[in-house]
Design a protein around this ligand. Structure first.
Ligand SMILES: Nc1ncnc2c1ncn2[C@@H]1O[C@H](COP(=O)(O)OP(=O)(O)O)[C@@H](O)[C@H]1O
Ligand SMILES: [Mg+2]
Length: 274
């Protein structure tokens, strides 16, 4: 079933009469090409502080590339990224983390040789160059001294419903728990902006609803969220605003109800169906 055409979803949508906060993230005329192929083309949009702002679009639309541009993994071919009032285009990921940007990955990026708790503790150091992190955590003295970080990490694991995995080896945890572990680790950096790339991918309906709750709780705590997700029930239910992409360009933008009713958005999704 195409979720965009499900009339029940509009009823789920977040309230419309909400005053938008000031811009926390602003993308201006952003472009990126790979070998002459445009992955993101002249894309502009603004994420208001306090919002859950979703980016939707068929596979290959450029969503992950957009995350990689915003978080400094890729340099733009053109345009710029403004975060918290500063032009941060092309800054390295760890510098952006230090400014308050944190993310999760479409493909899990868990340290499988560490415990769950250690994975979250590492998140506190995301402002450091990530290549150094595994080495850093081999020093037992540092681990012991960091009891405050340990308490905070345990608290965050509780917040995402992972209390029973505190001492578990990451490698022994089920996939659904690892998706939540990534969110806890991203939160350990105390971000202003959290970018989530398909947090419900591969989860069953019950697990997806649990992720809904986690995201809503995080947003209620004042963290602005940019969400990439194919689960339209989730997107329509929790987003304040949605930007729809197709072939790297903006197709539509608005409230969930506006975007769900946009014929071009529906056509892009129906066109992408097998
Ligand atoms: N590192 C890369 N090298 C070459 N092409 C890439 C690279 N990253 C993304 N692309 C291309 O950019 C387009 C958008 O991909 P992606 O951002 O992963 O889309 P989405 O996340 O929306 O599915 C695709 O055509 C993809 O093949
Ligand atoms: Mg992607």
């Amino acid at each position: 079933m195409n979720m965009l055409t499900d009339p029940e979803l509009a009823a789920d949508a977040a309230p419309l009469n909400r005053r938008a906060g000031p811009a926390l993230l602003r993308v201006e005329h952003l472009s990126r090409e790979f070998g002459g192929v445009l992955a993101i083309g002249d894309l502009s949009f603004t994420v208001a502080a306090g919002d859950i702002h979703s980016i939707i679009g068929p596979n290959g639309a450029g969503k992950t590339t957009l995350f990689n541009l915003v978080t400094g993994v890729y340099k733009p071919s053109g345009g710029r990224v403004l975060f918290d009032g500063a032009d941060v285009s092309g800054q390295a990921p760890y510098r952006l983390a230090a400014r308050g940007m944190s993310r999760t990955f479409q493909n899990l990026q868990i340290f499988f040789n560490m415990t769950a708790l250690e994975n979250v503790m590492v998140g506190r150091h995301l402002h450091l160059d990530t290549r150094l992190l595994p080495a850093l955590f081999r020093f037992p003295s540092l681990k012991r001294r960091d009891s405050e970080a340990r308490d905070r990490a345990a608290e965050l694991m509780g917040a995402v419903g992972l209390s029973k995995y505190l001492d578990a080896d990451a490698a022994s945890m089920p996939y659904g728990a690892l998706k939540r572990l990534e969110i806890a680790r991203a939160l350990a950096a105390e971000p202003k902006l959290l970018l989530l790339d398909e947090p419900a991918a591969g989860l069953n309906a019950t697990e997806s609803r649990e992720i809904d709750e986690v995201i809503k709780t995080v947003a209620a705590d004042g963290v602005t969220i940019v969400l990439v997700e194919h689960d339209m029930k989730m997107v329509m239910g929790i987003s304040h605003r949605i930007t729809a992409l197709n072939h790297g360009r903006k197709l539509a933008e608005g409230t969930p109800a506006e975007v769900a009713a946009n014929p071009e958005v529906v056509a892009a999704y129906l066109g992408a169906a097998p």
